[in-house]
Ligand binder design. Structure first.
Ligand SMILES: [Zn+2]
Length: 285
């Protein structure tokens, strides 16, 4: 059996309320090698909501825990920073107009962009609500997402998206392209399988993974582990991606494993998951 890199493309580590780096250690002990660590929504980590200082503090906490995870893994951990699309509803509930809320969220993305431009963040995160919202809130959310695409194009970085479910996101891909960001640099987080438009980051349920593997198209794998002690069973745990990789191998999907853990990460983010795997790990493999 050849050992390959194993990347969880979207997981949260919460050093304030959750297990933090211990969850990354559990991932590594299960055979995982690389992580993209997403910031939790600002409101679950810090006091202020929607102001620049709150975003900055949220991003710093996330970069610190990602650095700790990076030390613990045989490969690398990179932060992915952005503004959760549900923030729009919180801000509107607090009395902001949708347009005001969009401005605040765009300012948050501008702060995230600094962490990409100056390091250490790898990519941005944006999107729009996955639940029904009034038209004005929907339009404001789309404006925020398009702003993220502009930043991604300027920085040459990927934008991960949190959106409604579904399989067709052609319009979103076209919006990205019209702002200079290739559709291959847009990743649909929490995809149920193959999607049209962006690159799917498939939530690691067996059915969706098999559909993605059989599509022959680029895809990534994720857990969206939220590291929330109050909701222990709400999501897949940190060992899930390594265990699903073993399962895919048993099913004969060796090529899809390479697609999701080597080729797609290289093509989408420009990261080398093989070259960044430590020699010790390779020897023990
Ligand atoms: Zn998430």
């Amino acid at each position: 059996m050849t050992e390959t890199p194993i990347l969880d493309n979207h997981l949260h580590l919460d050093p304030v309320n959750g297990r933090g780096v211990a969850a990354a250690a559990e991932f590594a002990d299960a055979g995982g090698t690389h992580l993209l660590v997403l910031n939790k929504p600002s409101w679950s980590l810090v006091d202020g909501v929607g102001d620049e200082a709150a975003f900055r503090e949220t991003f710093e906490i996330t970069c610190d825990v990602a650095a700790a995870a990076d030390d613990r893994l045989p490969g690398r951990a990179w932060p992915v920073l952005g503004v959760h699309p549900a923030l729009v509803s919180r801000l509107v509930d607090d009395g902001h107009t949708p347009a005001d809320a969009a401005d605040l969220m765009q300012a948050g993305l501008d702060v995230a962009a600094e962490f990409v431009a100056d390091g250490p963040a790898l990519a941005l995160k944006s999107g729009r609500p996955h639940y029904e919202v009034p038209d004005a809130v929907w339009d404001a959310s789309n404006r925020v997402m398009r702003h993220a695409f502009e930043l991604g194009a300027q920085l040459g970085c990927v934008v991960q998206l949190h959106t409604e479910g579904g399989e067709t996101f052609e319009q979103i891909a076209a919006w990205a392209e019209s702002r200079g960001l290739a559709r291959e640099q847009v990743v649909k987080h929490y995809a149920g399988g193959p999607v049209e438009g962006p690159v799917p980051s498939v939530i690691s349920n067996r059915e969706g993974l098999v559909a993605a593997a059989e599509s022959g198209d680029p895809f990534l794998m994720e857990t969206d582990f939220i590291d929330d002690p109050e909701r222990p069973g709400a999501v897949l745990g940190p060992k899930t991606v390594p265990s699903r990789v073993r399962w895919l191998r048993e099913q004969g999907h060796e090529e899809a494993i390479r697609t999701a853990h080597v080729e797609t990460p290289a093509r989408v983010y420009g990261i080398d998951t093989e070259g960044t795997l430590s020699d010790t790990h390779r020897r023990s493999a």
